[in-house]
Design a binder for this molecule. Sequence first.
Ligand code: 6PG
Length: 245
Amino acid sequence: MKADPAVRVSVFDDLEALSRAAAELFLSAASDAIALRGRFSVALSGGATPRRLYTLLASSVYQSRVAWSHVHLFWADERCVPPDHRASNFKLLSETLLGRVFVPEKNIHRMRGEADAEEAAREYENQLSRFFGPSSLPAFDLIMLGVGEDGHTASLFPGSPAVREEKRMVVPVYLDKPNFNRITLTLPVINHASRVFFLAAGKAKAGVIHHILDEGNSREYPAGLVCPEAGTITWFLDQEAAGKS
Ligand code: 6PG
C-alpha cells in the first residue's frame, strides 16, 4: 500500500473486534468535537456492517461515554422508502441506537425517504445549510461509510452521474428495480469532512478493497474517490476484507 499519513488501515480478527475499535474511535472523535465546538456532527451509513457498532454505542458500556445531547446525527444516504420500512437507514438507527440513547429530536437530521427523491435531496441541502451555515460546504466531524463489492459507497454507484457531481451537496439517485431509489451526500461533502471511517467485513469485499488501497484512491471506484482535503480516513477491516484469510 502507498504510504499516506491521512489514511490509516486497521485490521481486526472479526466484526466484533472491528466494531469495538470503531466505537472507541467514534467516542474520541465525539469528545474532541464537543470539547472544541460544543457539538459533534456525524453522518451515518446503512448496510449490514455497522449494525453491530450502532448496537455497541447504545450499550451500557459505551453510551454513558458520549454526551448524546450534543451529538447531531445525519445520514450519508437513504433509500426512498418510509422511515419504518425494513430497508430504511433511519430504521436501522432507530432499532439499534435511537430508541436506547437520548438524542434530542432536533439533533436527528434524517433524510425524508418517503418524499420525492429530488425534493428530499433539496430539503436535505437546506437542512445542511441551516446547520453548517450557508456560505460553505458542510464540515462534518465524522462521516461513516461502507463499501460495496462494486466499489460503491454511500449511494454513489460506479457510473452514476451522482459520482461526478461537483456542485450539489445532496442528490437523488435513480436505480433500476428491484433496487430502491436513493438520496445521497455527494463527494464534495464527503471530502470536506474532518474524518471518514470505512467499515468493511467479509471475503466478498477483499478484491475491491485491495484495488482501492493498493492503487491508492483508484478512480474506478466511488469509494476510491473519497479523499478528504484536510481530513483523515480510517479503514476498519476484518481479516477477510483485508484479504488475510
Ligand atoms: C447503504 C449504504 C451503502 C453500504 C454498502 C456496504 O445504505 O446500504 O450506505 O453504501 O454502506 O453497501 O453495505 P454492507 O455493510 O451491507 O456491506
